[in-house]
Structure formats: C-alpha cells, structure tokens
Design a protein around this ligand. Sequence first.
Ligand SMILES: Nc1ncnc2c1ncn2[C@@H]1O[C@H](COP(=O)(O)OP(=O)(O)OP(=O)(O)O)[C@@H](O)[C@H]1O
Ligand code: SF4
Ligand SMILES: [Mg+2]
Length: 338
Amino acid sequence: MALLEIEDLHVSFKTVDGVVHAVEGVSLSLDARKTLGVVGESGSGKSVTAQTILGLTRFPNATISGRILFDGHDLLTMSTEHLRDVRGARIAMIFQDPLSSLHPFFKVGHQIVEAIRAHEDVPRDLARKRTIEALSSVGIPSPEERFNSFPHEMSGGMRQRVMIAMALAMRPDILIADEPTTALDVTVQAQVLELIQALRDDFGTAVILITHDLGVVAQMADDVAVMYAGRVLEQTTRETLFTEPEHPYTWGLLQSIPRLDAPRTGRLNPIAGSPPSLINVPRGCTFHPRCPYAPPPAFETEPALTPSQPGHLVRCHLPIEERKRLWQSLQNEHPALR
Ligand SMILES: Nc1ncnc2c1ncn2[C@@H]1O[C@H](COP(=O)(O)OP(=O)(O)OP(=O)(O)O)[C@@H](O)[C@H]1O
Ligand code: SF4
Ligand SMILES: [Mg+2]
C-alpha cells in the first residue's frame, strides 16, 4: 500500500471574482522512500495540492473534497489538533521562501528545538543536541554559533538549510518540498537538492518535490505528475516521461528546457499562450487553446486520465498510435529531445 494516497481531490476557493477551481480531481500516490515530482506552469494547482495535504487550505472560502489517506487516516477529515501532530513530525514541508516559515524574532536553533519538543517528549538538552547535529549535517558551518542566529542574519541558502535541518531533526515519513530552490542561486540550488536526496537515502523519507523545472525532476524524481489547470495531464516514471512522453503539454514543457548538450539554437521554445484562468476554465480539454494538435472532441469533452500502458496515465483524446507518431516526429525535428 502507498504511504500517501490522494484520491480525487477537488479544491476550490470562492473569491469576489468568482470560484477559483484550483484542483480538479487529482489522484496521486507516493510510496515510501520514493520521490514524486510534480511539475507544471504557474497556477496549475501544485501548491494548493501540497498545502491541502497538511490542512493549510482550510479557509472559510475553500471547498475541499476527496480523500488523502496517510497511515490509514484521511487527512482531509482529521481534526486540526490531530493534523498538527502529523505536520512537522510525520509530514514536513519546506517552501520557496524559508523566511515565511521561520519566525523572525526567535533564534533558529530555538525554533528547531521547539519544533522537536512540540512533537516529542525529549528533554531540552537532548533536543538541542539533535538540533546542532542536524544543523551540522546540512552543512551549516559552526553550528553551535549558528544555533543562536536570527533568520535575518542568514542568507537565503542558509535559511533553506535551516528548514531542511528542521525537517531532518523531526525524521518525517514525508517531506513536501514546494519549489525549495527557486529563490536560490544555481550552486546553492544543487547543494539543497543533494541534501534532500540525502534525507531520502539516510532516513527513507519519501519526497514530494514541486517544481516548474524539468531539469530538477530529471535529477531527483522516481515518478512524475504533470499538472495543468488543476488537473494531472500525464503521470508516469521519470524514465518514461523523458523517453516516451505522450501528452502535448509535456512535449511543450520538454521543448522549453535549456539543454547543455544540445546544439546552441540560442533560445528556448516556451509553450505559446498562457495557462487559463481557473475561474473560467476552457470547455473540453483544458489545454486545447494552446494545443497544436487539438482534434474536434477536445473542444467539447474533457479527456479522462487513462492508462496508455501500465503505470503511464495520459489525459488526451489523440489515439495512442498518433501520440507515438507525433512524439517521433518532434524528436526528428528537435534532436535535443532524444
Ligand atoms: N487561498 C486562495 N484563495 C483563492 N485562490 C487561491 C488561493 N490559493 C491559491 N489560489 C489560486 O489557485 C490557483 C492555483 O494556485 P497554486 O498556488 O496551487 O499554483 P502553483 O501550481 O503552485 O503555481 P506556482 O508555480 O506559481 O507556484 C491559482 O490560480 C491561485 O491564484
Ligand atoms: S485532448 Fe486534444 S487539445 Fe487536449 S492535449 Fe490532447 S490533442 Fe491537445
Ligand atoms: Mg506554487
């Protein structure tokens, strides 16, 4: 059985402009020790999905349905108190901007100690020892001194390390990392990703890694879900995603990755157009306004997410043979895709 199972999740928010359908029927499963990459352009519902796992979208204007099963319990119906015990201790989350998750007025070491003690009955000096170990293992120099730093005294990369140290000190079953490296420069990005990998390898922590960067997915993920307009459009293993992708949106994302090994054509090919408003989602296939292949049914009926082969789900009306043929010809046209 999967460690975490999201079933038919729907999340919408009532706003003055209308109802925002942020997540529409998302089902995902995460196995122990695995990394699930979730990719998609801005506004595809990645963060809302992740936040909903931890009950962080329980706003008065939100309507949430579906099931999120963790350890035999449905997180969607769990009491806020009970969920607070799960959060941090069993499922930890790190965000793009660690400043927003650290308290500005408390020393970072103190915050980690408190996080440990909120979930575990350990004496303060032991929690302090574990905190210093965690700070040291994420590569923070002079961890005893850094224990006493305030968040604003650290760089963005250091703060992200502190967040990972906090996750590490808790030894959670699952780490949800929402664009953990977007705000960091390239060298620090690589270091932070390595730390997340180490957390998985050393403690068996499963990871949900949200990113708009397919390069990060290629490096880290075992499985990948491609999201668009609150839906999963394609879901498969990392290998299959890069070698036999079948959804026109995935092809667009792949064409827009900068490739170091490709002949320099000088520019990326971002997907033309922009993601739809989640208040007025297009009829039929949500991607049809931007899809170069849209066959007529795409304008009327939304395709279901169906298996094209075991473990490979695709939401597209094109027949499988046609998808395979189109991907072949795209690869012929753009050798960098091979
Ligand atoms: N509390 C809220 N109230 C109303 N709308 C919201 C709320 N939270 C998120 N949304 C909307 O839900 C949609 C999905 O947002 P989400 O943050 O999940 O996108 P994302 O895929 O994480 O994008 P990004 O890559 O920019 O982080 C967006 O249109 C966003 O404006
Ligand atoms: S269903 Fe049609 S419009 Fe949608 S992705 Fe497939 S081909 Fe494109
Ligand atoms: Mg987001």
